[in-house]
Design a protein around this ligand. Structure first.
Ligand code: PLP
Length: 372
């Protein structure tokens, strides 16, 4: 994009000319509490005074890791009680798939078409799009891709399957919301076959969908939960979370079943914990649905084919990528930062910081309609 940023604050970005942009993508669902939230900056500064990296993850007790794991698990169902922090979302995917193979003694991994789980070799193996995978073969063996939201496809999950990895709502496919009954049937099929259900909440977590976690909409609980993006409050951090009974498999045969030097970096954990506290204390999730409805009520135009949304997360569909790209470019000229989706390039991405106010929503919608 050759777009140079000099400052980011709240919902706003500034370029080298001091021009202001309303940020409708928030670093791709990272800046849920806004850019440079004062509590996040304060927590980072405090941690900088204490220590940075001191030891490979897990060797020493580092209180930002412990306290942040406690805060997260306090807001999760009882079986999601053990947190392994990583450097990124993709590394959380890798750790979770290893844990599933290790604890089930099975090798098959099932994923869904049009899913995105990251770009490392394991995560790439489960990515649901052959165009993106093909140049990097051979990838992980024994990976099967099924159709998302199809009841028939669930029959392919068997006693041979170590885990199924799914997004509660498919992000890069352009916000594909599955039937609640399908998610529940997926959970049931995994339980029946002894397969671990891994839910990738790297984009759906931390209030994006109008609830703290996406899985809450479906009344199910995964065996392993993946977090990233907003987890670090703007700093790089990922996590996979499971029952300690499962996680303990990493402590023997081999001992240190997953190792990371920088995973759970104390500054990232301090930042993330401050961000989640701000998210909860300042009740940022409460009006997500109202704001979603406001976007939907304002974005009405014959050039828009359809809008799919789930919380403060909208895919505005045009007839082609070419049209979408023209809209995105014109938005930028007019001070609105947007983007498209990896597997749905004809859709405009709207996933702003959750703190975007109604005035800003009116302003950006007016601008989007004008450029269309
Ligand atoms: N899973 C989902 C749903 C994502 O959207 C992403 C990143 O966009 C990832 C996994 C990978 O995370 P990271 O880029 O931190 O490796």
């Amino acid at each position: 994009m050759a777009f140079e940023i000099t400052k980011a604050e709240g919902c706003l970005l500034y370029d080298t000319n001091g021009k202001e942009y309303i940020d409708l993508i928030g670093g791709i669902s990272v800046a849920n509490v806004g850019h440079r939230h004062p509590k996040v900056i304060g927590a980072i500064q405090k941690q900088l005074e204490a220590y940075l990296h001191v030891m490979v993850y897990g060797e020493f007790v580092e209180s930002p890791q412990v306290q942040y794991a406690k805060l997260i698990t306090d807001h999760l169902p009882a079986t999601l009680n053990s947190v392994y922090f990583t450097n990124s979302g993709a590394e959380a995917v890798e750790g979770a798939m290893k844990l599933a193979k290790r604890t089930t003694n099975r090798t098959q991994i099932i994923a869904f078409n049009n899913s995105y789980h990251g770009s490392t070799q394991g995560a790439l193996s489960v990515m649901g799009d052959e165009y993106w995978r093909n140049a990097f073969r051979p990838l992980l063996p024994d990976v099967l891709h099924l159709e998302y939201n199809s009841f028939d496809s669930l029959l392919s999950i068997t006693e041979q399957t170590a885990c199924v990895i799914a997004e509660p709502v498919q992000a890069e496919a352009g916000i594909i919301v599955p039937y609640k009954e399908w998610m529940q049937a997926l959970r049931k099929r995994c339980t029946e076959t002894g397969t671990l259900l891994i839910l990738d909440e790297i984009q759906t977590g931390f209030g994006r969908t109008g609830k703290l976690w996406g899985f809450e909409h479906f009344n199910i609980v995964p065996d392993i939960l993946l977090l990233g993006k907003a987890l670090g409050g703007g700093m790089p951090l990922g996590a996979f979370i499971a029952d300690k009974k499962l996680m303990d498999a990493f402590t023997e045969n081999p001992v240190l079943g997953h190792i990371t030097t920088f995973g759970g970096h104390p500054v990232c954990c301090a930042a993330g914990m401050a961000a989640v506290k701000a998210l909860l204390d300042e009740k940022m999730i409460e009006d997500v649905q109202q704001k979603e409805e406001l976007f939907r009520s304002l974005l009405v135009h014959p050039g828009i084919r359809t809008i799919r949304s789930f919380g403060l997360w909208l895919a505005v569909e045009f007839d082609s990528f070419e049209t979408n790209k023209k809209v995105i470019d014109a938005c930028l000229v007019n001070g609105v930062m947007t983007d498209w989706f990896l597997f749905s390039p004809q859709c405009l991405r709207i996933s702003p910081p959750l703190i975007i106010d109604k005035e800003e929503i009116r302003k950006v919608c007016k601008m989007i309609l004008k450029v269309i």
